[in-house]
Design a protein around this ligand. Structure first.
Ligand code: OGA
Ligand code: MN
Length: 294
């Protein structure tokens, strides 16, 4: 069953809701023309049956176990509080705002697993849901109860459209146009939400992918869930070089750099400090490490 069956495809802000909270400016967005454009960009494509789901879910659990045993390349995994991400084929940085995201250098994460090719991608290609050889990036998101993914747009300079999501273990909702606030975490009423049912493949493109944010709200994850996000990374997508990656991932190095404390740097760090001169402004440390935005 849906995690929250009161929210459905036509869920929009009522005038009372819109006028009574701090997210009231969202009211003007929930118009029929916007909803038409939004729903035009959302497609239910395919459903894996229960037996197929069980098999795929077993493989997903194997990925988690292998990750816990340290058998995956370290950058494959991004561990969060109640949501872990496993990157296959490609990984990207979350950047400091839409447009600043970049791919990791090639080869830093595991390739797309064979089971995923055989059990998910090939059947979707055969059903003409996915173009042949379209997918070169697959991410497994594992959510624990209360886990979420804050409102975002999948970076258009990195990912082609459509973006296909396949859900496992349980159903949830994909919400559009939600505003998040934190401590404690709260979300505004979405402009719209669509069910993501276990075994279903859903695609977003056009307006739904490019002009409105999407999210998974914490209240819609009541039991462990997995999503496999199938995407095509564009050949033109910006990519970090090795030094940029080092700076992006080594927060300790950055803390020392930012604190301005006189200390000895290792030979490698000295070289990096030299290279930093050639960085783009955005890659430069600006006082805050902001890499776990999504
Ligand atoms: C994402 C995303 C949705 C989901 O990873 O970019 O939107 O269902 N995930 O996990
Ligand atoms: Mn997304």
């Amino acid at each position: 069953m849906m995690a929250n069956s009161t929210l459905c495809l036509n869920d929009v802000l009522s005038p009372e809701e819109a006028g009574s909270n701090k997210f009231s400016r969202r009211k003007k967005e929930a118009n029929p023309e916007l909803l038409r454009k939004l729903y035009n960009g959302i497609k239910y494509l395919y459903t894996f049956d229960n037996v197929e789901c069980l098999k795929i879910e077993e493989y997903i659990d194997t990925v988690i176990i292998n990750g816990d045993k340290g058998q995956l390349k370290p950058h494959t995994i991004d561990r969060g509080l109640r949501r872990n991400k496993y990157f296959f084929g490609e990984r990207y940085t979350y950047g400091c705002g839409l447009g600043s995201e970049k791919l990791y250098p090639e080869g830093f994460v595991e390739p797309i697993p064979r089971w995923m090719e055989h059990l998910i991608i090939k059947p979707l290609e055969k059903a003409r849901v996915l173009e042949q050889d379209f997918v070169n990036s697959a991410v497994i998101n594992i959510y624990l109860p209360g886990g979420c993914i804050v409102s975002h747009i999948d970076p258009p300079q990195i990912f082609d459209r459509p973006i296909v999501t396949v859900s496992f273990f349980c159903d949830t909702l994909l919400c559009f146009g939600c505003k998040f606030s934190f401590k404690p975490i709260r979300t505004s009423t979405p402009i719209a939400s669509v069910p993501l049912v276990r075994g279903s493949a859903t695609s977003i493109s056009g307006y739904a992918a490019d002009n409105i944010t999407h999210c998974i709200r914490p209240q819609d994850i009541t039991s462990r869930r997995a999503a496999i996000i199938l995407r095509r990374v564009l050949p033109s997508a910006p990519r970090l070089d090795h030094i940029e990656l080092y700076c992006y991932t080594d927060t300790d190095f950055f803390s020392r750099l930012a604190s301005g404390r006189k200390r000895r740097y290792t030979k490698e760090e000295t070289e990096i400090l030299y290279e930093i001169k050639h960085f783009s402004k955005r890659a430069r440390y600006d006082g805050k490490i902001r890499h776990h935005v999504i």
